[in-house]
Design a binder for this molecule. Structure first.
Ligand SMILES: NC(=O)c1ccc[n+]([C@@H]2O[C@H](COP(=O)([O-])OP(=O)(O)OC[C@H]3O[C@@H](n4cnc5c(N)ncnc54)[C@H](OP(=O)(O)O)[C@@H]3O)[C@@H](O)[C@H]2O)c1
Length: 230
């Protein structure tokens, strides 16, 4: 049984990840911005016999992450999944861009995951062979050029670099750090015309995490296990 902490787990890919780890019998720290409105997640928690607990965290807010750290206490965390994400405003074109939304995207998707790792570092070190997986996007990759999406793409490219740097810094602690493109997924973000379901994406991400070793630290994956060139 692993202790798994997932951000943004009230809907979309994060909710399916919480369901998948709960179904496997793992202990899930399911984090979301607003537990009050997280009905599906609360239903999962109440049917889990205490294996799933719901925790409030806004990953764009340092004080909120610090509060999460206190709630987790000294529990070892085997798997941390930085999943929370935002689009960063719409449209994101050269002539029409919302700079506040861009800043929020950087806070939530680039700086937030770093802060979560920093806050939970002692918990990750307390586990044996902890793994950190950050859900990024193919839009992070220089090999996948795509017009517009300035805010989203820069935030995801930034977090890839943050995670690559963490992979180097945490090598000595035996903590594997990787990034993953979850596919184009039928969620609120991906829309109904996307390629795969949240269940398929979550199953793929879970399988990639299961196979991670220190030999893989710093690698960027696709949800199907392929390496993503970036
Ligand atoms: N769907 C795709 O095709 C696709 C493709 C590439 C990458 N991704 C990435 O996959 C991850 C999951 O996306 P999704 O498709 O499941 O999107 P989604 O359905 O829109 O869910 C986004 C999740 O992130 C949470 N979140 C947003 N801002 C937050 C904050 N400040 N603090 C904590 N949680 C916050 C949301 O919570 P609230 O309900 O409170 O807003 C929600 O739980 C994201 O990182 C996204 O960028 C998705």
């Amino acid at each position: 049984m692993a202790n798994v902490l997932i951000t943004g787990s009230n809907r979309g890919i994060g909710l399916e990840l919480a369901r998948a780890y709960a179904a496997a019998g793992d202990r899930v720290f399911a984090c979301c911005r607003s537990p009050d409105g997280a009905e599906s997640l609360k239903a999962l928690a109440s049917s889990s016999g205490g294996k799933v607990t719901v925790h409030a965290v806004d990953v764009g807010d340092g004080a909120s992450i610090a509060t999460l750290g206190k709630a987790v206490g000294d529990t070892p965390i085997d798997i941390l999944i930085n999943n929370a994400g935002v689009l960063g405003g719409h449209p994101q074109t050269l002539d029409s861009i919302d700079f506040d939304a861009w800043m929020d995207a950087l806070k939530v998707m680039t700086i937030g995951p770093f802060r979560v790792v920093q806050t939970l570092l002692s918990n990750l070190k307390a586990a044996s062979g902890a793994k950190i997986m950050t859900v990024t996007s193919q839009l992070a990759a220089s090999t996948w050029p795509f017009g517009t999406t300035y805010a989203y793409s820069s935030a995801k490219a930034g977090v890839n670099k943050v995670m690559q740097t963490l992979a180097l810094d945490l090598k000595g602690d035996g903590i594997a750090v990787s990034m993953i493109h979850p596919g184009w997924v039928k969620t609120d973000m991906g829309g109904p015309g996307a390629d795969i379901t949240p269940e398929e994406s979550a199953a793929g991400i879970k399988s990639v995490i299961a196979g991670l070793s220190m030999a893989d630290t710093g690698k960027f994956y696709k949800w199907n296990g392929d390496i993503h060139p970036w």
